[in-house]
Design a protein around this ligand. Structure first.
Ligand code: DGY
Length: 328
């Protein structure tokens, strides 16, 4: 007898190839016009589906989960970060939560390096100069920026992405330093020639570039507070492709405005999609619209991970990318 397919609600448009495969496997409810789901739509979706496939723009908080029907047993997040999901509330309802790690590591690390080069080398300013017809010819003091080679990079959060950034930055001739909850295995630490700092404060004060790669959790909200940002050298740069909430944006703006920080490359913002308008007038800042992992290859791989997680779960196995239940 044919098995009934699980009802799967996908909250945003996914690559065609992913949606097509999901249509073959599941009873899929797609978001054809790709609008962000309202809270009412989210509540309606969780009320009678077996699996929800949300993404970082869907706030799956306690209220939304209170609308969940008995059927909802899996939230298969399309994305790595799960800070938009109330995990405590999900756990209380015995809902399994999965994510899509690994497959966006290399793309995010590439984009980190792009920002790390672009800010001190004034890439956007230069490109704009050409477009505006302002390039009047080379001169020895034309468009001077700052060199990365030989500088110290402090990585906050040395997980998959932090480590991938470290490998690339070694190739750029940077010295790698890191702060992490746990020290790396000595072999990996040796491979990327990284110096471990137990004290984030101590590391911040000594680095030329700081790159943020830790997850956003209650413990990392405003980890880079005003006090900590002020520890950074005035010649230092900040790069953030993790989550906007990790950095106190108001304090960052003040430091950048007053020349107490050399520049910043930001792909994420505290109140996305809103961007603090004060950033827009700062020349020493490059702002990107949360596109660190945005490659078609990456999105397809993320979709494949979602499919594998759903299939494993529905077949009665532990899905490979479990965030909940917590693994001891
Ligand atoms: C994620 O998956 O959490 C990323 O932020 C998407 O780029």
């Amino acid at each position: 007898m044919a098995r009934t397919k699980p009802k799967v609600v996908i909250t945003r448009k996914l690559p065609d190839v992913v949606e097509t495969r999901m249509m073959e496997l599941f009873d899929v409810h797609m978001n054809v016009d790709d609008h962000p789901f309202s809270r009412e739509e989210l509540a309606k979706a969780v009320a009678d589906c077996d699996v929800l496939v949300p993404n970082l723009t869907d706030l799956i908080d306690k209220d939304v989960l209170e609308s969940a029907g008995k059927r909802l047993k899996l939230i298969a997040n399309f994305g790595n970060g799960v800070d938009h999901i109330d995990l405590t509330a999900a756990q209380a309802r015995s809902i399994t939560v999965t994510n899509t790690p690994d497959v966006l590591t290399e793309d995010t690390a590439d984009m980190t390096m792009a920002l790390m080069v672009a800010v001190p080398r004034r890439l956007i300013e230069g490109a704009q100069m050409i477009r505006e017809g302002q390039f009047k010819g080379w001169s020895p003091t034309h468009m001077l920026g700052h060199r990365l080679h030989g500088k110290r990079l402090g990585i906050i959060g040395m997980g998959r992405i932090g480590t991938a950034v470290a490998r690339r930055a070694r190739g750029f001739g940077m010295a790698i330093h890191y702060h992490n909850r746990r020290r790396l295995h000595p072999e990996l630490e040796a491979e990327v020639e990284a110096t471990y700092w137990e004290s984030l404060d101590q590391m911040l004060a000594r680095m030329d570039v700081i790159s943020v790669h830790c997850p956003h959790t209650p413990a990392t909200f405003h980890l880079l507070s005003e006090r900590r940002l002020k520890l950074m050298k005035p010649t230092a740069y900040l790069v953030n492709l993790a989550r906007g909430e990790i950095v106190d944006e108001d304090a960052l703006i003040t430091l950048l405005k007053d020349g107490n920080l050399a520049g910043a490359g930001l792909d994420v913002f505290e109140h996305e999609p809103a961007v603090n308008s004060e950033f827009l007038s700062l020349k020493n800042v490059i702002l990107l619209p949360h596109m660190g992992s945005a490659t078609i290859e990456g999105r397809i791989s993320m979709g494949e991970k979602v499919i594998i997680n759903i299939r494993a779960f529905c077949d009665g196995h532990q899905p490979p990318d479990r965030v909940l239940p917590l693994q001891g």
